[in-house]
Ligand binder design. Structure first.
Ligand SMILES: [Zn+2]
Length: 366
């Protein structure tokens, strides 16, 4: 994102003249509107503005790229891919498009495509060393992945390394199927796209995801789970798999613009044993982070801050479900997936203003 904003600032420098120079049909004015929409996380508006701008000025790589970023955030991966490819076709040296397209491929499990893009960019600019650490990291992951086998169930593909782990991989896929039907019934949503789950040792999981030690698993387009003595504690395994499956479902319905507190709160509330134990953390502290501070990912939080963040997220989502029903929460996710701005969609679907709800949750949890 940082790379891209620098690029866009250059592009916008061209539109600082009189207002009439930036008319509605002007690609520069549209690009400016698209950039503002991305910054305000109104990704539907951004996609529309950049798509129109790119039609008016088809040679401009940054306009294709802006549309790609918006589509990516909406979870419209196919559209995002064609827009990023369009940017690279216009300008092969447009580095942000390489970075975002490679990330898109990586998240879809297309590691070789991600690596090929970085290698091409490195060859074109051998002096640019910026991409090298990520490239090395992906090559290492590819080497590991080349040794993986797979076990499939109806909706899941489990990847595992040691042949002796095949029964475990089958058990993981079957447990995910159980989560699929249980959560599907609760939410009325049954994802049709196949979901991949990658099983790692604890050490491999740490190396590949580079997440904090408190992370039990991850979802970044694929579910990644460290499997040690997993079957010794089947309830914990079910909890982790169910939690990550909800993240997969949320990203398919709501795209990537869903606030973390809704994503994590829903995943926690829908764990087989519910969120009671997680929410108990709120009884041990007076810390009450405002919901507006819980929109970004929790992955970089300390173990203690993460505990409070998960507890607050679960409490807030449980309150939403109690007040308006789970269908209203699903409808909110669907609106976000279509590009609706969060505060407006929240107000419409939950029949109250977001600020009012945040204040209510802050009061209730004391
Ligand atoms: Zn989570």
């Amino acid at each position: 994102m940082r790379l891209w904003i620098a690029q866009t600032a250059l592009m916008l420098a061209a539109c600082t003249g009189a207002a009439d120079a930036c008319a509605a049909e002007d690609p520069i004015a549209l690009a400016r509107a698209g950039t503002a929409a991305i910054e305000a996380r109104r990704f539907g508006d951004a996609l529309e503005a950049f798509t129109k701008a790119a039609e008016l000025q088809p040679g401009d790589a940054s306009l294709c790229f802006g549309a790609g970023v918006a589509a990516f955030m909406l979870g419209q991966n196919d559209v995002a891919q064609t827009r990023f490819e369009c940017a690279l076709a216009r300008d092969p040296d447009f580095l942000p498009a390489t970075v975002w397209l490679a990330d898109l491929h990586y998240r879809a499990g297309r590691l070789s495509e991600a690596i090929a893009l970085y290698e091409a960019a490195r060859q074109r600019s051998p002096g640019e060393r910026e991409l090298q650490p990520q490239l090395d990291h992906w090559r290492k992951e590819q080497e590991l992945q080349s040794r993986f086998h797979e076990a499939r169930s109806e909706h899941f593909t489990a990847l595992f390394q040691a042949p002796a782990d095949e029964p475990l991989a089958r058990a993981v896929a079957e447990r995910l199927e159980a989560a699929y039907w249980r959560i599907g019934k609760t939410l009325g949503v049954y994802p049709s796209r196949r979901i991949t789950v990658v099983l790692y040792t604890r050490e491999q999981f740490g190396d590949i995801t580079r997440l904090a030690a408190w992370s039990a698993a991850a979802y970044d387009g694929r579910i990644r789970v460290p499997i040690g003595d997993a079957l010794k504690d089947p309830d914990e395994l079910d909890r982790v798999l169910s939690h990550e499956f909800v993240h997969a479902l949320v990203s398919m319905v709501g795209g990537r613009a869903v606030p973390a507190w809704i994503n994590e709160g829903l995943a926690t509330v829908l764990e087989p044993a519910g969120s009671h134990e997680v929410e108990a953390a709120l009884g041990r502290t007076d810390d009450r982070p405002a919901l507006s501070t819980l929109h970004g990912s929790f992955v970089r939080l300390s173990a203690r801050d993460a505990e409070i963040a998960y507890a607050s997220a679960a409490r807030a989502v449980r309150r939403l479900i109690e007040r308006r029903g789970v269908a209203a929460v699903v409808a909110l996710l669907e609106d976000l997936g279509r590009g609706a701005p969060f505060a407006r969609a929240f107000h419409q679907r939950l029949a109250m203003r977001y600020e009012a709800f945040s204040a209510l949750v802050a009061r209730e949890s004391h």
